[in-house]
Unconditional design. Structure first.
Ligand SMILES: [Fe+2]
Length: 285
């Protein structure tokens, strides 16, 4: 088309993508063009604002690396991650929650019943659960990918004082589909504010705090992968998560534990907490 105007440009751009073979991808791109053009029209987007937005994205790219994704964080603080989770919810299955920017593949494999505490300070917590389908039948082929922050609130990737892979692991559930780990009580923490997302939060007078939580990904052949979090019911930020990840069903009581056999098994000198984490997976579509 040699006469592009503000009235035909959106259609012209949409048409330029019509040759995409994958029908779903074609649909997504066409709707994206419609949405971003609509945004520019609705807001009367200026050159300065458009350049500032591109600069924002460029700064997000520049601060991202293999263990930190500023784009994931952008999706999180915009509530997009949560919306995608909520739209994908399966009736009867455990609710999903945000992946967050600190997951990386390749956590060390451990046996169910391992302790991740090692030299970490913090309150010991026995995290235990069972992976079932939505009818309650056990799924013994399930695997669990777990990660949490240390007692200083930091994940190992951002804290050179922690050993590599601190407080993260993968495990296969037991033949009865149960699993347990000895971990520490997680801490509330602020999402990273040294990048462009920090600027966005500051200009919005928004809190950067996330309530204390564990992250888990549960996978099994034939079932939808569950990416979720388990929140500490006593956390002061549980009602004001910066990334909108809290669901009532994912808020857990950290119950006092007092079983001498547990203390013996995990060589605990004193008190510990118990968190029950039943997991229900939906069948794959
Ligand atoms: Fe987290």
């Amino acid at each position: 088309m040699r006469n592009i105007t503000q009235h035909n440009v959106t259609d012209a751009v949409r048409k330029s993508f019509e040759a995409i073979d994958d029908t779903r991808l074609r649909f997504l791109i066409e709707r994206l063009v419609t949405a971003v053009h609509g945004y520019a029209r609705d807001t009367g987007l200026t050159h300065e604002e458009w350049r500032a937005a591109l600069d924002f994205l460029n700064r997000a790219a520049a601060i991202s690396n293999a263990s930190r994704s500023e784009f994931t964080l952008l999706s999180d603080v915009l509530g997009l991650s949560s919306l995608v989770d909520l739209l994908a919810a399966s009736p009867g299955a455990t609710e999903g929650s945000v992946l967050g920017p600190f997951h990386s593949r390749g956590s060390p494999w451990v046996e169910s019943g391992a302790s991740l505490i090692k030299d970490n300070p913090g309150e010991p917590v026995l995290l235990r659960g069972r992976v079932t389908d939505t009818q309650g039948l056990p799924i013994p082929a399930a695997t669990v990918d777990f990660w949490q922050n240390a007692d200083n609130g930091l994940y190992w990737q951002l804290d050179s004082s922690q050993p590599q892979d601190n407080l993260r692991c993968q495990l296969r559930v037991q033949p009865d589909a149960t699993f347990e780990l000895m971990v520490i009580r997680p801490r509330p923490y602020m999402v990273p504010t040294d990048g462009p997302i920090g600027d966005l939060l500051r200009v919005s007078h928004r809190d950067a705090w996330r309530p204390a939580h564990y992250h888990v990904i549960v996978e099994a052949p034939g079932y939808r992968t569950l990416v979720t979090e388990i929140f500490d019911a006593e956390d002061p930020y549980v009602a004001q998560d910066a990334v909108f990840g809290v669901r009532e069903s994912l808020v857990a009581d950290f119950k006092p534990g007092n079983d001498p056999a547990v203390r013996e098994k995990y060589q605990l000198a004193g008190a510990y907490r118990v968190v029950d984490c039943p997991v229900k997976l939906a069948p794959a579509a």
